[in-house]
Design a protein around this ligand. Structure first.
Ligand SMILES: [Zn+2]
Length: 272
């Protein structure tokens, strides 16, 4: 590929397994990698438009030693992103350098750190809420809701910068790069299964969950598909971002969704 063309590509970083016990994150990462190297036209387009930096395992010593959350040094590495030590937290230190360098070379379109969640259901995102552009970080998760039903939930996603999470990849990298980088996320998938939510966008008329939906447990195929859908969402996002109107239109849909959700909740309160 000629150098000039490569220079126009945006950067994407996807990482996983900083928490060694969250083995479902590796299935999602496998879904990402399998899709990106596939002959699917969307994958080919993604390879043309982006430079991908994939870090499948941020905590290999923790994984090898069977730790649940810590590295061999006994550190929760996802609480070390603000001031990582090159000696004690080398994977975090080097990944931070890699992301900073990539963001200096080209626009960073997405950084997503993949996790498994032991308590909450569904797959969902944690994103950062910018006071000036409150909907910017919601666009990508909102688009994913169109593609990854019924296992993923936009309504379950949260957008905040809780002080206890300041040392996570999501917040520390966002603070380093500046709030204009709205697409920096933790992507989570439940260790358990989906939980149908009432107000999920793109899910049509809200129905009571079936017994089958309530008892369903995610399997490896579901995790692979979630990884695949992360990539497909990136392709849809890229197409939308080719025009300013494309993203503005999605932000408008998000606003409408939240207005309608609030109205329905108020109505329910009045009925009660
Ligand atoms: Zn985790």
């Amino acid at each position: 590929m000629p150098f000039e063309v490569d220079q126009k590509k945006e950067g994407v970083v996807i990482s996983a397994r900083i928490h060694p016990g969250e083995s479902n994150a590796s299935w999602m990462m496998k879904g990402v990698i399998d899709f990106l190297v596939s002959s699917d036209p969307a994958a080919s387009e993604l390879r043309d438009k982006f430079v991908f930096k994939i870090i499948p395992m941020l905590n290999p010593d923790g994984v090898i030693n069977g730790n649940y959350r810590c590295s061999l040094a006994g550190c929760d590495l996802n609480r070390r992103w603000k001031y990582p030590s090159e000696t004690l937290h080398p994977t975090v230190w080097h990944t931070k350098k890699l992301i900073t360098k990539l963001a200096q070379e080209r626009p960073l379109a997405l950084y997503c750190d993949i996790h498994g969640h032991s308590r909450r259901k569904n797959a969902f995102f944690y994103g950062n809420g910018s006071p000036t552009e409150p909907n910017a970080a919601r666009v990508f998760p909102f688009l994913m809701s169109k593609l990854a039903q019924p296992h993923y939930s936009y309504d379950y996603s949260r957008f905040n910068t809780n002080r206890t999470k300041e040392q996570t990849a999501r917040i520390a990298v966002w603070r380093d790069l500046g709030s204009k980088h709205s697409n920096i996320y933790t992507m989570e998938a439940s260790f358990c299964g989906p939980k149908p939510v009432k107000f999920e966008p793109h899910r049509g008329k809200a129905k009571a969950p079936t017994a089958q939906e309530l008892n369903y447990h995610f399997n490896t195929q579901d995790y692979l598909e979630l990884g695949q859908n992360l990539c497909k969402t990136l392709a849809v996002y890229r197409t939308a971002s080719e025009t300013t109107m494309g993203i503005q239109n999605i932000e408008y849909q998000i606003e409408q969704y939240h207005i309608e959700k609030e109205a329905k909740l108020e109505q329910e309160d009045l009925i009660r």
